[in-house]
Design a protein around this ligand. Structure first.
Ligand code: SF4
Ligand code: SF4
Ligand code: FES
Length: 370
């Protein structure tokens, strides 16, 4: 098949930058990485990009296609070529470009190091007995353990774009991998560190990391779990934590978000007084509902029942975060079929789910008629 690529070429030493177009014959099964290899082998040996495993394991080949991060070795070109589309290939975002598609990963690794990405068991000597962890306990950090450190999530992170010091999705997902590990003995210490400025509460919840992660790690989900664990452990000094807590209080007491009280509860009274002029302007235009008496939803008992149920089930902390579980679909465990997610197969792969292993109930034996 004929494949066209437009590649942003860049040399950090000279500052030269140009969008160059290439066309090649490639086998139908070719990935973007195969096509880059063809360009480098046959057309332009100066093209720079990283690769190693060619099978979605090493995390080397992260780059952008048409503005979104992809793993080049996971990206099949057949449909794109058939559609006659010529994609634009560029280096990942939020990391300095060294040459062409190669970025400097030092800032990425610095953030991974900042979360202490290793078990801290809390004792110096190895335990005398093996520390057995159940399958169920490990499931809560199953996704976070799948990270291959490719940087695709960091490339698309909005928060990191405005604050390069933000710890970022990959490092925070790695942090959750250890916070959720029952063998780790530094949970509170970790949560304190991750809750500091530039930490977990600075995520803007844009979900681009979730969308772009090629391994189904769901970093935003991991960040939500960290937030829930921080609050569960009483670490709620940050405005983000206070903001989230007020949502819960509002829903429980009135069934609505008590917006007028959101600012003082989040920022504190003094900060809110400074915003008074702005608030009055909003009130005059009818944009601020009067706080008293609070408007209580007719069915407020439903949100209170939900609150009680979550408490009863012990779903405080990470266990209460289930929003991204469906993104497990992105994992490449299944070969095909046409049924939907979590079904019999389908275009989306079926992840490991314990209930799938449950044996089918045996049919009741037919009763002999007398
Ligand atoms: S959800 Fe948060 S961590 Fe993920 S890309 Fe958006 S801002 Fe970054
Ligand atoms: S979380 Fe996903 S996108 Fe981010 S570094 Fe890990 S594997 Fe790559
Ligand atoms: S070359 Fe290893 S992940 Fe693509």
């Amino acid at each position: 098949m004929k494949v066209g690529l437009k590649i942003w070429r860049y040399d950090s030493k000279s500052g030269d930058k140009a969008l160059r177009e290439y066309e090649m014959d490639a086998p139908e099964e070719a990935t973007l990485l195969d096509c880059l290899d063809i360009v480098k082998d046959r057309q332009d040996g100066t093209l720079a990009y990283r690769k190693s495993c060619r099978m979605m394991i090493c995390g080397s080949c992260g780059m952008r296609m048409d503005g979104g991060a992809v793993l080049a070795c996971k990206t099949r070109m057949y449909d794109i070529a058939q559609a006659g589309h010529v994609p634009v290939i560029s280096a990942m975002g939020n990391l300095p470009i060294v040459k062409d598609l190669v970025v400097d990963m030092d800032p990425f690794w610095a953030k991974i190091r900042a979360v202490d990405p290793y078990l801290k068991p809390g004792y110096d000597q190895a335990a005398e007995r093996e520390n057995v962890v159940s399958q169920k306990q490990m499931e809560s950090i199953h996704k976070e353990s799948l990270c291959i450190m490719c940087g695709c999530c960091v490339s698309e992170c909005n928060s990191m774009e405005s604050d390069p010091d933000f710890l970022g999705p990959a490092a925070l997902a790695k942090g959750m991998r250890f916070v959720g590990d029952p063998r780790d003995g530094a949970t509170v210490e970790r949560l304190e560190t991750y809750s500091e400025e530039h930490g977990l509460w600075d995520c803007t919840r844009c979900y681009f990391c979730q969308e772009r992660c090629p391994k189904g790690v769901d970093p935003r989900d991991a960040i939500a779990k960290l937030g829930a664990e921080a609050m569960h452990n009483g670490i709620d000094r940050d405005m983000g934590a206070k903001h989230a807590k007020w949502f819960v209080t509002s829903a429980k007491t009135t069934g609505w978000l008590r917006e007028t009280e959101l600012v003082p509860k989040t920022q504190g009274v003094i900060s809110s007084i400074k915003e008074m002029k702005f608030a009055m302007g909003l009130a005059v235009k009818g944009k601020v509902p009067p706080p008293f008496p609070p408007h209580v939803a007719a069915d407020v008992h439903e949100s209170r029942a939900l609150f009680d149920l979550v408490k009863e089930q012990g779903r405080d902390g990470a266990l209460g975060i289930v929003q991204g579980e469906r993104a497990l679909m992105h994992l490449a465990h299944d070969a095909g079929g046409t049924d939907g997610a979590y079904g019999k197969g389908g275009d989306y792969p079926v992840p490991y789910l314990p209930e799938i292993d449950k044996p089918e109930p045996k049919p009741e034996p037919k009763k002999e008629s007398a």
